[in-house]
Design a protein around this ligand. Structure first.
Ligand SMILES: C[S@@+](CC[C@H](N)C(=O)[O-])C[C@H]1O[C@@H](n2cnc3c(N)ncnc32)[C@H](O)[C@@H]1O
Length: 262
């Protein structure tokens, strides 16, 4: 079995020139929640964010993708900054809205060069990071927030983990999701029970070889509370999703609103 996090590929996955074009299509497909949530959920999330932070404040969207949230937040009267590593998504986002400022930046490596009032990281991207990258990200969020600033993010829940199954399958594609031309794809899902960690290993063999290790670390509230406290954050409120619901028993996600401990 592969040692958890001994191999990671988050940035390579999101910035691969061929894959990022297919990802952009997936983000924009209003019938699919493969890359972004469905439009109604995105609207309800922005409506909920409106209850958490006053208008005119500066919001940074870490991992903004093609700007599905930033556009709505801009329309609601916020100043908005979109941060992403995918040039393909950012180019699309910039075309759609000239008022939002977009920046190509890796939030694991860099803080913002200005202070913002609210940082959001939506669609369980935090749990996709390896533990050291999570710590670096929390550090960068900390350094980027104003004194009263808030960090809003979601993760997969233990409830989601309990429904996952190990799996292996292989298939062939031509001009598919991962690579141009013919390819053999092998996809394996590995569960690490003690860590409540799901790993998806994807091996693509065609005219190029590509290999990805995608992680979903699942959490309960207590575990996240400890992780946040160790990194100088405290929880302000917990929800079961980004829309502000509190259906903790049944939800596949948990969503945290937190602030820096002074
Ligand atoms: C699952 S998508 C979610 C996009 C958006 N939040 C949404 O829900 O529509 C993750 C996004 O985060 C970006 N991303 C992943 N890791 C990143 C990093 N370290 N720094 C900046 N952006 C990152 C990806 O390029 C991608 O656009």
């Amino acid at each position: 079995m592969i040692t958890p996090y001994s191999k990671t590929s988050t940035i390579a996955f999101w910035t691969d020139p061929y894959i990022s074009k297919n990802l952009l299509e997936a983000h924009l497909d209003s019938n699919s929640d493969l890359a972004s949530r469905l439009p109604n959920t995105i609207y309800q999330t922005c409506n909920f964010i409106e209850t958490l932070i006053e208008k005119d404040r500066l919001i940074a969207d870490f991992g903004c993708g093609p700007g599905l949230y930033t556009n709505i937040l801009d329309q609601k009267g916020y100043q908005v900054l979109g941060i992403d590593v995918s040039r393909t998504s950012l180019d699309y986002a910039k075309e759609q809205n000239k008022k939002v400022i977009y920046k190509e930046m890796n939030y694991v490596k860099h803080p913002l060069n200005e202070k913002v009032d609210f940082i959001q990281m939506i669609y369980c991207d935090f749990g996709a990071l390896a533990p050291l990258a999570q710590i670096d990200t929390l550090n960068n969020v900390n350094r980027s927030l104003t004194e009263e600033g808030l960090f809003f993010f979601d993760v997969m829940s233990d409830h989601y983990f309990d429904k996952q199954k190990e799996d292996y399958h292989s298939y062939r594609e031509v001009d598919g999701f991962y690579i141009e031309g013919k390819a053999n794809i092998k996809e394996r899902t590995v569960l690490y029970d003690r860590l409540k960690l799901v790993m998806r290993h994807i091996l693509v063999e065609g005219k190029l070889k590509k290999e990805f290790f995608n992680y979903d670390k699942c959490y309960n509230i207590k575990e996240m509370e400890v992780l946040l406290k160790d990194n100088n954050f405290e929880i302000v409120k917990v929800f079961s999703d980004t829309m502000g619901n509190k259906d903790f028993e049944a939800s596949d996600t948990l969503c945290f609103l937190c602030k820096v401990i002074k």
